[in-house]
Design a protein around this ligand. Structure first.
Ligand code: HEC
Length: 158
């Protein structure tokens, strides 16, 4: 938990640091046109609230959409966790300010250490990420629990 908060903050600091891993994760231009997998609101009290509290939507590019359906994500699959503040007003919960654009991208060769997944947290204004190899490994340490789903938590439904 603590580690994840640090990671997100490190990502949001958005210094122009280039990650140590070659072929690293690029900003997912145009991701709002991709497949929408699901949305969720994490409220205060949820164990991940401090790290990724608010409203998020998950998007998948065409390759990742095939991955959700087949259970295997090919190289070039990109999944975006688009995180917003959740504004609770007049008995409705709406999107507030965008907090971060959190990305997983499959590149088996570049990210061998993390079972082929590259991880990045982008500052939404600067579109710059800054996770180093250690931070990416920390992301993967939690995603590893989803090994039977190729390390992806969310699931597709029609
Ligand atoms: C403590 C566990 C944990 C850690 C650490 C973690 N995640 Fe996740 N991640 C999750 C969970 C749970 C979901 C599913 C959210 C949902 O179902 O809406 C998720 C979903 C995602 C998704 C959408 C694809 C999927 O797996 O459903 C991306 C992209 C993502 N995380 C990136 C990251 C990045 C980048 C980091 C490191 C900064 C990170 N995660 C660290 C638990 C974690």
């Amino acid at each position: 938990m603590r580690i994840l908060i640090k990671l997100i903050l490190a990502g949001l600091a958005a210094t122009a640091t280039v990650s140590a891993i070659a072929g690293d994760v690029a900003y997912p231009n145009g991701f709002r046109q991709w497949g929408h997998v699901k949305s969720m609101v994490l409220k205060p009290g949820h164990p991940l609230y401090d790290a990724v509290g608010g409203m998020h939507h998950i998007y998948a590019n065409p390759k990742a959409m095939r991955g959700y359906k087949s259970g295997r994500f090919a190289d070039g699959s990109v999944i975006v966790f688009d995180l917003f503040e959740a504004v609770d007003k007049d008995n409705a919960v709406a999107e507030g300010k965008r907090k971060a654009v959190v990305v997983m991208a499959r590149n088996a060769k570049a990210h061998k250490a993390n079972d082929g997944w590259g991880y990045e947290v982008f500052d939404p204004q600067l579109k710059k990420g800054s996770l180093d190899a250690k931070a990416q490994a920390d992301c993967h340490s939690c995603h590893r629990s989803q090994q039977d789903k190729d390390f992806v938590f969310s699931a597709w439904r029609d």
